[in-house]
Design a binder for this molecule. Sequence first.
Ligand code: XMP
Length: 530
Amino acid sequence: MSDTLAATRSPANASAPAARTNEVLVVDFGGQYSQLIARRVRECGVFSELLTADVSAEEIARRAPAGLILSGGPASVYAPGAPELDRALLDLGIPVLGICYGMQLLAHSLGGLVERAEVGEFGRADLIVHDPGRLLAGLPREQTCWMSHRDTVKRAPAGFRELASSGVSPVAAFEDEARGIYGIQFHPEVVHTPYGQQILTRFLIDVCGCEGGWSAASIVEEQVARIRAQVGEGSVICGLSGGVDSCVAALLVHRAVGDQLTCVFVDHGLMRKDEGEQVVATFRDSFKVPLVAVDAEARFLARLRGVSDPETKRKLIGAEFIRVFEEEAAKLSGARFLVQGTLYSDVIESGGRSGSATIKSHHNVGGLPDDLAFELVEPLRMLFKDEVRAVGAELGLPERLVWRQPFPGPGLAIRIVGGEATKERLDLLRDADAILQDEIRKAGLYHELWQSFCVLPDVRTVGVQGDQRTYGHVIVIRAVTSDDAMTADWARLPYDLLEQIASRMMGELSAVNRVVLDITSKPPGTIEWE
Ligand code: XMP
């Protein structure tokens, strides 16, 4: 599947928000939690973006944020090639908070003393506040915090107050209120630092003077204005997959330019039960979005005939998807813009800052060919997944779509394992999956699970039902918890729930005579079976 998409990016799509008093930038020194810092800042209602460590003081001055946060990072300030601090940053008159490596950099550059500690400090630590200063005022003298460092600040630079210490860190927090420079050795962004969010809020609201009004509603307003500026009178096309990203992106564009948008929904017949109908009902009937719904089930099943190899299935489905999408796009003559649901985490992962040319193709739409030359509209480019959901809810997207678990582009075809995805098997898997989802929702567990689904292996087993010997299908239940699909753990579903699911499947689906539970984590397994 091609991963590229010929496109040009409009500068209007990648600029900073207008309200600079409500923006705090995070300079990323490669820390494990840098993204999390930006998310926590946004949770305080302040817009935040990650910049790479080589950002110049001029660039920061141009952006004129209300504050700067220097993130943690794996380096030692003494290591050759370690990321350095542009001292000019400290002369901009913008308040600065250094976290972990960021604090060590401040200490090192301003004449404090940073040394390697005898032992590193990793995990929970007890923090003692000796002199709360401005940053820690009102917080308990003794508190828990989360540390992850080997180098430590032994002495603050001249003019700084040393605020707190821990077992390993003689100076675990410092500040120079007059110059607006603050440093903490621990990580306020992780949940294991109970007062972390309060400390961040203190910096953002009290020190930087942020207003804190950035919210899903303000994102909608801002993006609508931006989309209008980019698209003007042009026609826009959007491939709708039913996933939350493409749904929210489509609704934002529709809010901005109304019927200039046409959505294309390709139903490949590999969706879950009633899913296609739900998408069509939501977009065409409720939101009145012009929608081309293509019933392509027969085409896809014809392609998949006789195919059992997983990668071949994926490739065939991807290629067919492109063909159908292209055919529909060709009918919409004059469409110049293509909506993509690229998220901020994709932008960061692909190393692209806002305005960079890196393009990640939409997972569920598959790679579109190079000669399909559209200008991209990416209204979610600055948003994290939870913010996309909040925007979806703000726009009135039904809860079922806002909170939909991830679903692979090739759909149920890759959950029929070791065999061909026939209509009969797909229908059986769809029915089993509907029972699973129904029971998981009734148990109130749907949101807690990263994914929950059924797998239909191409094997039969012997059973006995109603005094008769049966030779039926096996349904596998797969339910996992995860944060990002990189790793996952099998979900400990309650036994009563599992029993209810199994007895419904065997009672309601005559072709099924056995239900099993997958208890494999990732690694070593993957989430999907193929
Ligand atoms: P695995 O099975 O590799 O899956 O642990 C990680 C995540 O990716 C999804 N997945 C896919 N998504 N096309 C997609 O759009 C695919 O071919 C595909 N394969 C896996 C999977 O559902 C999980 O969320």
